[in-house]
Ligand binder design. Sequence first.
Ligand SMILES: C[S@@+](CC[C@H](N)C(=O)[O-])C[C@H]1O[C@@H](n2cnc3c(N)ncnc32)[C@H](O)[C@@H]1O
Length: 272
Amino acid sequence: VSGSLDDAAGRARRTYDAASDHYDAEPLGFWARTGRLTVERLALPHGAVVLDAPCGSGASALPAAAAVGAEGRVLAVDLSERLLALGRAKAATAGLGNVEFRQADMRELDLPEASLDAVVCVFGIFFVPDMATQVRRFWRLLRPGGALAITTWGPELLEPGVSAFWDAVGAVRPDLERAYNPWEGLVTPGGLRGLYEEAGIDGAEAELVEDEQPLRTPDDFWAIVLGSGYRATTDALQPDERERVRRQTLDVLAGATAVRTPAVHGVARAPS
Ligand SMILES: C[S@@+](CC[C@H](N)C(=O)[O-])C[C@H]1O[C@@H](n2cnc3c(N)ncnc32)[C@H](O)[C@@H]1O
């Protein structure tokens, strides 16, 4: 993989390798919660063969492996070797021998067409600049009757935390611009259905599911920053700048008891 990564993929891998030290911390329970819900909504049959991409540390791959049973199989791919290692360890602890965590770029999977019963893509489609092309790549892998589940963020992700964070970054390092959210067009069910349509897929269903992540203290929000894509920004700060951003962010969040973690769940089924 390493030789062929473009800038965006290389950045994603560096960011999530770094974020792996907080990715599975308790304040990031939304990964596991949303992954599990995505899989439950699919009602995968025993024996199903599933691709999970990008899998992170296994938030949806592990429940999928449990759902398909010993006769089934899950291939879980991601660019971040450190997140994959976390996933492998959790699979071993859970005694799940039917899931393989493999380092791969989801754009370049060498899998036969019409070989899978389901493809699961949680918080990942927006890492690919040409999302519709990626949706078509996933769709071609499905057998008749197979399902393509795409889950994206709902509106106001991690608020009020994220606004406090970007305000603090702006105060300390005005040159670091508030990063554009590549999932912006997908935060509504209509937006996500539109992506399926753009890929030539009719009849997709999508639903907004509200969720929030409780904060035991404002510090929990800093764990979320370090264990998610915002890690790219904190790693671009000098240690003293990072500490000022952390303090200002957490001061603003004093009294906050939760941040929003809504998700839009989409699914389309290939004709039988
Ligand atoms: C927000 S995380 C979500 C992971 C997982 N589905 C979850 O919910 O925990 C996004 C992941 O996409 C991975 N990623 C980004 N671009 C990728 C690509 N082109 N191929 C494979 N993985 C990619 C990153 O390494 C990161 O682990």
